[in-house]
Design a protein around this ligand. Structure first.
Ligand code: ARG
Length: 590
């Protein structure tokens, strides 16, 4: 890990501790209560404890506020400059400029920006992306890939042992059909090295699968041969398995091309597809039957939920084993959760899929709890997300009404970003323009997705996404590039901070914003909501802009200049780090 690290508690945390101690001193009956300290627009911070706690002890809030103030030693406090009772029972807290400068210096000196390792040794499984073999990745795989990757970065930064699991759809009867078709059409080109630039193996396979499907529907004899192929595949017939492996490998190469372009962490080592769990399905089912959790219904084995019921009290079930003896998606997820808990020994499970699968996961979690696999202290969470909509407010489709290929969508965003960047910066040479456009276009798509509240639907509006104005990825990249260019001219000034320099209000706002970085990162890990980090970075970029408008940096005299450069340095590092946690690259120039 880092060269040098020391946790830097934020001013908010330190004030909360001070307030909590003061409250405990003046009122024993309130010892340990949350002091409810927040940032405030009336002072630096506000403590809402008197209002929040007054009822509990039967004292008017104003009186409790006065008691708390009496319990504080403001004079002897290195952080607090003043505490003023305000309104019906708030305390406005102002901190000293020296304390803010001290935070800036401490964070700047630390390899982790002073952010603590809060999840050491915690094993977190994150299930995300999970495209289907021989099918092209489409717009439906965008959100899971982007959100899951950001969560993996955030939780990993906080010290957890993250296991990324790409639950590829690599098994099912459709592969029998496809393999049979390939066998009968040896001239069909689908390996990447037989295809031209601009098309992928997976797109060729997707097309061949459609042809196979058509033949299956039209020709009963082909359908029979396909069914025998499924049997051969499941029985492990070497020639059939070899083709299947080839299909999986070629598809994965195509997925990797998208992952590289999206700058996500997924590698082939993270692929643990559905087929991996095949050998465990039998035992899993047996265990559920023995526990009385899988029961017969119409020749099938099903799991009945105790917790959820359908319309008119109809039971809600998971299909554990079909009537024909086959196993499907539900069984695989039961074996998967059992494996992740029992063999991988996960402490936390996160599944990133769209919200239409909410019931499925609720039932899988319930079954795992009742089977004794999911125990207290271990959490299973469905990080559900909404649908990407087109301009007409219905699920996003191509003009012809087809599914949008992920590659096409990215190409489109990059070409629009290119136009915007070229306009803003006409003297970039072509190679650099390409590089920046790629980075900005991908950032635009990722940020637009991450910055909307996860569970909400959002509409895919490329022009808004690539804009330099507003809460966009491009705006943040641009803010980062702007600070970087100031630093480029700053020499080695700003590596130390003079605590005695009086603070301008815009410096103070920026310093306090920088000090709150760790809190938001922890919040994202707890809530699995990356949009909180996006909102933070956007506010930080605006605080920087306000500071830069009000406070000349390079033209100022020392020691003011040095302190301002230090603020710029910490801003650049915090923006860059935050963007990295979102999986967005931050170019030095835009
Ligand atoms: N392959 C599935 C799809 O494309 C998603 C799998 C999600 N993960 C899981 N463990 N079920 O919809």
């Amino acid at each position: 890990m880092s060269a040098h690290h020391q946790d830097v508690p934020s001013l908010l945390e330190r004030i909360a501790t001070t307030m909590s101690e003061a409250i405990g001193r003046v009122r024993e009956d309130l010892a340990g209560a949350d002091p409810v300290v927040r940032r405030s627009d009336r002072a630096d911070f506000q403590c809402n404890a008197p209002l929040a706690l007054a009822k509990r002890v039967g004292v008017p809030p104003r009186d409790l506020a006065a008691q708390v103030v009496a319990g504080l030693d403001v004079e002897g406090d290195a952080v607090i400059a003043a505490v003023e009772p305000s309104g019906p029972g708030f305390l406005n807290v102002t901190v000293t400029g020296a304390a803010v400068w001290e935070q800036v210096a401490a964070r700047l000196a630390d390899a982790r920006l002073g952010v603590g390792v809060t999840e050491p040794g915690r094993r977190v499984v994150i299930d995300y992306s999970a495209p289907n073999i021989a099918k092209e990745m489409h717009v439906g795989h965008l959100r899971t890939t982007i959100i899951g990757d950001s969560l993996a970065r955030v939780v990993g930064f906080l010290g957890a042992d993250v296991l990324r699991q790409n639950h590829l759809g690599d098994f099912g009867t459709q592969f029998g059909m496809l393999i049979q078709y390939l066998d009968e059409h040896p001239d069909a080109a689908w390996h990447q090295d037989e295809l031209g630039e601009g098309t992928s193996a997976v797109s060729a396979l997707d097309g061949l699968y459609r042809s196979a499907r058509a033949e299956f529907d039209a020709d009963p004899e082909f359908a029979d041969r396909s069914r025998s192929r499924v049997v051969a595949l499941q029985a492990g017939d070497p020639a059939t398995v070899a083709v299947w492996q080839d299909i999986v490998a070629e598809s994965e190469r195509s997925f990797s091309a998208i992952y590289d372009r999206l700058n996500v962490l997924l590698t082939p080592e993270d692929s643990v597809g559905e087929s991996f769990y095949n050998p465990m399905l039998g035992e899993t089912v047996r265990e559920l039957v023995d526990a009385g959790l899988a029961v017969e219904s119409d020749g099938a084995l099903v799991f009945y939920s105790d917790e959820v019921s359908g319309p008119e009290g109809k039971p809600v079930t998971l299909m554990v084993r079909k009537r024909d003896g086959g196993y499907g998606y539900d069984t695989t997820d039961l074996a998967t959760i059992r494996y992740r808990l029992r063999d991988l020994k996960a402490n936390r499970l996160i599944y990133v899929t769209d919200s239409r699968q909410a019931l499925h996961f609720q039932l899988v979690f319930e079954a795992a709890r009742r089977a004794g696999w999911l125990t207290d202290g271990v959490t299973a969470e469905h990080a559900a997300y909404g649908t990407i909509l087109g301009p007409d407010g219905t699920p996003f489709k191509t003009r012809a009404g087809g599914t949008v290929r992920l590659m096409d969508l990215l190409d489109d965003a990059v070409s629009r970003a290119r136009a915007i960047v070229a306009e803003k910066n006409p003297d970039l040479d072509a190679a650099e323009l390409d590089r920046i456009a790629e980075s900005a276009g991908i950032a635009a798509v990722k940020y637009a997705d991450l910055s909307t509240s996860r569970v909400k639907d959002y509409s895919f509006d490329v022009d808004r996404m690539v804009s330099f104005a507003g809460n966009t990825g491009v705006y943040l990249q641009y803010a980062h590039a702007r600070v970087s260019s100031i630093l480029h001219h700053a020499g080695d000034s700003g590596t130390t901070v003079d605590r005695a320099v009086p603070m301008h209000p815009a410096e103070r706002e920026l310093g306090l914003a920088l000090d709150a970085y760790g809190a938001v990162v922890t919040e994202v890990a707890d809530t699995l909501e990356p949009h909180r980090l996006c909102g933070y970075l956007y506010d930080l970029a605006r605080a920087f802009t306000a500071f830069y408008d009000a406070c000349p940096v390079l033209k100022a005299d020392e020691p003011v200049r040095g302190n301002r450069v230090a603020l710029c340095r910490l801003t650049a590092r915090t923006l860059g780090h935050g963007l990295e946690l979102l999986g967005i690259t931050a170019p030095q120039r835009m």
